[in-house]
Design a protein around this ligand. Structure first.
Ligand SMILES: Nc1ncnc2c1ncn2[C@@H]1O[C@H](COP(=O)(O)OP(=O)(O)OP(=O)(O)O)[C@@H](O)[C@H]1O
Ligand SMILES: [Mg+2]
Length: 242
């Protein structure tokens, strides 16, 4: 039986909090059970080709599919999941592009859209197609304030469900009072928590052109992926500062 398609958008207010890393780690998990399509919606600063170990391999973007410049298959980069690259900056992009694009790929039942930072056009594009938003933030004041703004905007854009993912979490920082507590972050964003991803120092040392980059995130990504499909996997709050 064909599964109902799920479309997840990964967004944040603040830049550099880990959206693309989380998108890629989730794609690597979801593709074990679903035919998975990862879409780079960061027209300004695309990076999924790099994180997927296929730097610069894309000849066509998803906009080329919509404009009839290539076939839907020609635009795909194949990993364990399929990847669609973002168009170049300056392209004319209609706001319903992602929604229309998905009609070309009916066989994919899990879609992940990696958005650009901020509250701009990328959110609008993804919101028209997504059933669930994953708002990534880190445990600092600026990130939480912008995650709260992103949650409000995404709700206004009509996405049915939103969840919070706290990334780069270092409980030692929270103990010393330098970071916000988990409860505070949930309250401030008014968004239920889906997962806490630990700070992993080795990610920053990677040359960034290798899928193994996401390996240290595997355990957390597995649990987040299961929760996305309503499996009752408890949150790991033992080491988190409430
Ligand atoms: N859990 C983590 N632990 C340590 N470093 C991390 C973690 N997650 C992501 N990073 C690092 O943070 C940096 C930013 O990650 P990433 O590019 O995924 O963020 P982004 O939100 O997509 O950025 P942008 O807003 O520019 O699109 C990268 O160097 C990445 O390796
Ligand atoms: Mg990114």
């Amino acid at each position: 039986m064909k599964q109902e398609r799920r479309v997840f958008m990964v967004a944040s207010g603040k830049g550099g909090v880990g959206k693309s890393t989380v998108s890629t780690a989730l794609a690597l998990q979801l593709c074990k059970e679903h035919k998975t399509l990862l879409i780079d919606c960061d027209v300004y600063l695309p990076s999924l080709d790099i994180l997927s170990g296929m730097t610069g391999e894309a000849i066509f973007s998803w906009l080329d599919v919509l404009n009839g410049i290539c076939t839907p298959e020609q635009a795909l980069l194949h990993h364990r999941y399929a990847l669609l690259s973002a168009p170049n900056i300056g392209s004319e992009i209609p706001p319903d592009s992602i929604e229309k694009l998905l009609a070309f790929y009916p066989e994919y039942d899990a879609v992940i859209i990696d958005c650009a930072a901020g509250l701009g056009f990328s959110l609008e594009l993804a919101s028209k197609a997504a059933d669930t938003a994953l708002i990534v933030c880190t445990a600092d004041e600026a990130s939480i304030r912008s995650a709260a703004a992103a949650a409000k905007k995404i709700d206004k854009l009509g996405v049915p469900k939103s969840f919070l993912i706290i990334n780069r979490y270092d409980p030692k920082g929270a103990v010393k009072g330098r970071l916000l507590g988990i409860d505070d972050m949930v309250d401030r964003t008014e968004t239920p928590l889906l997962g806490i991803i630990p700070y992993i120092g080795s990610l920053l040392r990677s040359d960034g052109n290798d899928i193994s980059l996401c390996v240290p995130l595997t355990d957390t990504a597995i649990r987040i992926a299961m929760r996305l499909y309503n499996l009752p996997i408890p949150l790991e709050l033992q080491n988190a500062v409430r």
